[in-house]
Design a protein around this ligand. Sequence first.
Ligand SMILES: Cc1ncc(C[n+]2csc(CCOP(=O)(O)OP(=O)(O)O)c2C)c(N)n1
Ligand SMILES: [Mg+2]
Length: 633
Amino acid sequence: MGDTVRMTVAQATINFLGAQYSESDGVEQKLFAGCLGIFGHGNVAGIGQALLQAELEQPDLLPYVLGRNEQAMVHTAVAYARMRERRQTWVVSTSVGPGATNMLTGAALATINRLPVLLLPADTFADRSASPLLQELEQPYAGDVTVNDAFRPVSVYFDRVWRPEQLPAALLSAMRVLTDPAATGAVTVCFPQDVQAAAHDWPVELFAKRVWHIARPLPERAVLEQAAALIKAAKRPLVVAGGGVHYSGASEALAAFCDATGIPVGQSQAGKGTLVFDHPQCLGAIGSTGTTASNAVAAEADLVIGIGTRYSDFTTASRTAFADPGVGFVNINVAGLDAVKHAGLSVVADAREALEGLTALLDGHRVDQAYVERYTALDAEWERTVETVYAETETPEGLLTQNAVIGTVNEVSDPRDVVVCAAGSMPGDLHKLWRTRDPKGYHVEYGYSCMGYEVAGGLGVAMACPDRDVFVMVGDGSYLMMATELATAVQEHVKIITVLVENHGYASIGALSESLGSQRFGTRYRERSGSGRLDGDFLPVDLAANAASFGLEVIRATTKAELADAIKVAKAGSDPVVIYVETDPFVDAPSSESWWDVPVSATSTLASTQQARTTYEEHKARQRLFLTPPSTS
Ligand SMILES: Cc1ncc(C[n+]2csc(CCOP(=O)(O)OP(=O)(O)O)c2C)c(N)n1
Ligand SMILES: [Mg+2]
């Protein structure tokens, strides 16, 4: 037997995690920036003790940050990982029971967005000596099921360390999955609380520095040649760029490919910024929240080249965006799951490698000049639309429009600043309207579009890029759901500029409800009136005062000029600031001339619903399955 060292399971885990590195393109960095945590029984004595010991004896090993809500901590970690192109993330430690299950939403968000995070929920006693303990689920049908089993469907790897001897295998598997570009997401390793505190003799090699190479799978030569042939044969090819382009660091390779071929690009939410907004081939957002330019080009495209996209229903306008009868797909993706979608030619490969290979194979091939002129004109028309709405002035009621808020933030912020959002009407409006001037300047979480991501995610973004200002755009609904991490931002002295957009409820779902014949039912923050309905006065809730209670500077802005001044003040300082603006929920962003499939009641006593159903059926008829493989003939 070789040398061993005696430590608890928790101490061994923290020592192991602090010694893990990722490596990509020859650049090494610590895989974990630190550990976010909230203590309770389950982790306070085990992992908590190990973190304390580490902070005192090896402060750089795995710095501990106290969060305020477990879900929010996952958001922070995931946002950080996205900014670091999945090469670095955080560990999140929770107590047993509710502390653990509070992370479920965050786990789903991480997995859907293909972003790495290591979750360490505490678990009930392995030896069951004190069962049923506080917060333990007792299932009559199974002795080994705990609430943590709910993590299985939302994790890309799940394990539970019932015995110390299992620890090396569980941790090595967790690292493998976290650093696998095709498989990454939420990795959950559960730690029964008695096991955390148990001592064991560990082989010293367990704690050696370990470097996890992040692979760039190469495309198969023959498949890439097929892809090049399809692109050469296409008259109206269009790239759909997704988040995978960012994670592969393929923005420059995409720009070179577009410059050489003249092929235009529509961008998904995660793919926005892969080309900057004024790149000649950038048509901006695509799909249900897309630009009219992207969507017009998509409707006519005969070949769609998906790169690092999972083709969500927003990206494809619920399968109505691509209307050419013979349209085919070529999909470049590290994940086979995504590469095979829509019967596409599946190019399972890293985006940068595949793009560089394709540009070489295409060897000077360019699309027709007439096509270039057509999409350039469409793009210019959309840019004029953006100019117009950016210039909107206050409404007759003296309210700002959301378009003007977005325009003002865009114009006053610096090109390298980052805008963060996730749910409500702003993600769609930002997708269309935000002029992204830096590949990392746009961070909208739209895989899960999770209300409450904004502040917590913004904190993670700001921690990942202290040299940029971070604008958290958050609606009143999302803010009310989870503003908790403003306290963490104050604690950590992390500057985030939160633009809190008050419109007294759910403008997004209100507009959706109206379009579906449901009359904005239950979407405004109003008191219950004498009629028994929620149609009374607006609630006297003062969110600006709420934000100020976190110990932050809050600036109320009622005009565009005040908003611009507030942004300048916030940018000039070094502390977190909240800018509170009230907007008119009835002024929408310009239409994307696109659709989103949300089924309307097939039968109803309400005329509004009946009308909406007729419209729904018209749109639904345009929806198609893409089952035909692409062809060069
Ligand atoms: C956790 C969560 N619950 C519910 C939803 C559904 N939803 C999407 S947007 C929205 C309303 C958001 O309101 P607000 O933040 O005020 O933004 P606004 O729509 O007013 O722009 C709701 C309820 C969601 N996306 N996430
Ligand atoms: Mg709102």
